[in-house]
Design a protein around this ligand. Structure first.
Ligand SMILES: O=P(O)(O)OC[C@H]1O[C@H](OP(=O)(O)OP(=O)(O)O)[C@H](O)[C@@H]1O
Ligand SMILES: O=C(O)c1cc(=O)[nH]c(=O)[nH]1
Ligand SMILES: [Mg+2]
Length: 196
């Protein structure tokens, strides 16, 4: 699947949003990729995740388990695992920190890939990887549907992305006038600053 085809899936799902968004990193952007509008269509999600699984296999070889950060990573993690013939688990926040819960564990010898939906700064991916670093399995790399950092996000592991975009983000106190004049919305699940 080409990058244009990936973006066409997001566009057809109405998932390329424009406005004023507060991202999970606290940075602001005029563009938000609302992946859940993609994931509400299972065949669309299957097409994207099958393509991501092909990239993962080519980059890392056979995979036994996918680990994803909740909430956004759960659906693509599951669907990519299905295409890989792998198991799938997720980490979720407890007191703000990602953790494996629900009896999930990564067994010794398992070859693991972390699957994210969207990567902006790589913060959530790094937090996810850190949360499973003490598990006995081998984390061979990371993957995402869209890397909007333009390839600049550093995860400490190799990364494959179905599409790589360079979408500007801004610190809260350095907004361009066109953003400063618009009310901001925060679509993601990470707590707002000051909350648990
Ligand atoms: O690379 P980053 O700067 O961390 O940004 C990308 C993260 O932001 C979104 O998650 P979010 O915390 O908004 O919640 P969600 O998973 O519920 O959408 C997305 O699912 C990634 O996990
Ligand atoms: O950085 C984010 O929080 C983020 C950006 C984006 O485009 N989509 C998303 O789900 N999260
Ligand atoms: Mg997320």
């Amino acid at each position: 699947m080409t990058q244009d085809e990936v973006l066409a899936e997001f566009r057809a799902a109405g998932a390329l949003l424009e406005g004023h968004f507060i991202l999970t990193s606290g940075r602001h952007s005029a563009v938000y990729l609302q992946k859940n509008l993609v994931f509400m269509d299972p065949p669309r999600t299957e097409r994207l995740c099958r393509a991501l699984a092909e990239r993962i296999r080519a980059a890392y070889g056979p995979i036994d388990m996918v680990v994803s950060p909740a909430v956004g990573g759960i659906v693509p993690g599951y669907e990519t695992a299905r295409a890989l013939g792998a198991k799938t688990v997720f980490v979720e926040r407890e007191n703000g920190q990602f953790q494996l819960r629900r009896g999930f564990a990564i067994p010794k010898g398992a070859r693991v890939v972390m699957v994210e939906d969207i990567i902006t700064t790589g913060l959530s991916s790094r937090e996810c990887l850190a949360s499973i670093a003490d598990q006995p399995g081998e984390i061979v790399g990371a993957a995402c549907l869209i890397d909007r950092s333009g390839g600049k996000a550093e995860l400490g592991k190799p990364l494959v992305a179905l599409a790589t975009l360079d979408i500007p983000t801004f610190e809260a106190d350095k907004l361009p006038p066109e953003l400063a004049g618009l009310p901001a919305v925060k679509p993601g699940s990470r707590a707002l600053a000051g909350q648990a």
